[in-house]
Ligand binder design. Structure first.
Ligand SMILES: [Ca+2]
Length: 401
């Protein structure tokens, strides 16, 4: 604690990040030929089919995440604490009642949302958000709750709320919560837990910050997690050494991938392997914000410390990955089984082929906006959330042309 690092608003996830600095990063990314990934990507895109168009749909207040219900309505989280039920058939939205109070500050607020794999039977929805400590309100941390979504009356609402996970310890800063949640095919719940801009918790087994967490669907501990002899917190942990993982997704082979925001440079796409250490804050392909004026020790590179698992792909200049899915549909055959990342500072959607070695970026779709989230609809089209309210339509849909 007390390490200042990159808490000064220069972090690229920060919703307060200046448009100027993100724009300059973006233009660097699209024009510079210094980064092999960026130049490869732009060359590759020109040869790819553009069989899609982007339709403007609706507007939300600082949207952060979304999930599609079985009837194709959307649940969309807004950072200040509202959960909106959106019906694409009539473009009407209606707030879901009963959402717990969130701490809307810095990068924190209402965060991710997922449905239980058996949602149709049990109506469980899972939400992550930032909270203040009830006793020491200056201390903040992420939590995950589950609740039954009651859609039977005219006022949709959450009932039977259970808090099933808490980030520990809480810190004074309001960054790097991560708090992405996802289910696997076996019904296990996975949570990305950011290092809270405190660096060292990512290597501390008494903290669940800077880790990827695996739990049963009710928040209890699976007995086959890898760290069973290093205390109670460690029993939640699947992997360690993470910075700020905002994207978690399973590919068609059920391998887990994580998209991690690097510091200045060094965004990462990691293949997640049980008990592996991904090296933060010891190694990174980036540098600290502020360069030599930063008081943190310089990062080593992943190649310097082979005991840490290196990313399958890293980006410098950065893309600022905010979400990750693998495309399963057939509407856009060129993206089948490819990773699709939302890019904040790159103002783009980034397509990655994870089947090739090395893993490589194959397409970058310029969106002229910071992209916060991309999900696949049941019909194979893509729902996209642009960041903040800078566009009159920040929910858009990518459909066939
Ligand atoms: Ca790493």
């Amino acid at each position: 604690m007390g390490l200042s690092g990159c808490k000064t608003g220069k972090d690229k996830e920060a919703s307060t990040a200046s448009t100027a600095s993100t724009a300059s990063t973006a233009s660097t990314a699209s024009t510079a030929s210094t980064a092999s990934t960026a130049s490869t990507a732009s060359t590759a895109s020109t040869g790819l089919i553009r069989n899609f168009k982007v339709n403007n749909i609706a507007s939300f207040d600082n949207p952060w995440a979304m999930v599609e219900l079985p009837d194709q309505r959307l649940l969309i989280t807004e950072k200040d604490g509202k959960l909106q039920l959106f019906n694409p058939r009539d473009n009407k939205k209606r707030p879901v009642l009963g959402v717990p109070k969130v701490k809307n500050e810095g990068q924190g607020g209402l965060g991710d949302i997922q449905l239980h794999p058996n949602f149709i039977q049990n109506q469980w929805v899972y939400l992550s958000y930032a909270e203040s400590d009830p006793e020491f309100p200056h201390l903040l941390g992420a939590v995950v709750i589950r609740a039954k979504l009651d859609l039977l009356n005219n006022n949709p609402r959450l009932v039977d709320i259970q808090k099933i996970w808490t980030q520990v310890p809480k810190f004074t800063g309001s960054g790097h919560y991560s708090h992405r949640i996802i289910f696997d095919r076996d019904g296990k719940l996975w949570i990305s837990s950011g290092e809270r801009q405190e660096f060292t918790p990512a290597q501390d087994m008494n903290s669940n910050a800077g880790k990827i967490i695996r739990l049963n669907d009710d928040g209890t501990l699976p007995t086959d997690n890898p760290f069973q002899t290093q205390g109670e917190i460690a029993k939640q942990i699947w992997t360690l050494g993470h910075r700020n993982v905002l994207g978690l997704a399973f590919d068609y082979r059920q391998q887990l991938w994580a998209a991690e925001m690097g510091p200045q440079g060094g965004d990462e796409l990691n293949l997640i392997v049980k008990s592996a250490n991904y090296g933060y804050p010891i190694v990174s392909e980036g540098v600290h914000y502020g360069g030599s004026s930063n008081t943190q020790p310089d990062f080593l590179r992943h190649a310097d410390r082979p005991e840490f698992r290196a990313p399958e792909l890293s980006w410098t200049p950065v893309i600022s990955p905010a979400s990750l899915i693998f495309y399963k549909g057939s509407v856009f055959p060129q993206w089948k089984n490819k990773a699709i990342l939302a890019g904040l500072s790159s103002r783009s959607i980034v397509i990655v082929d994870t089947e090739t070695r090395p893993v490589r970026e194959i397409q970058r779709i310029p969106m002229n906006s910071r992209i916060r989230a991309v999900i696949e609809s049941k019909d194979g089209t893509l729902w996209v959330l642009k960041d903040k309210n800078l566009s009159p339509f920040n929910l858009v849909k990518i459909v066939p042309k």
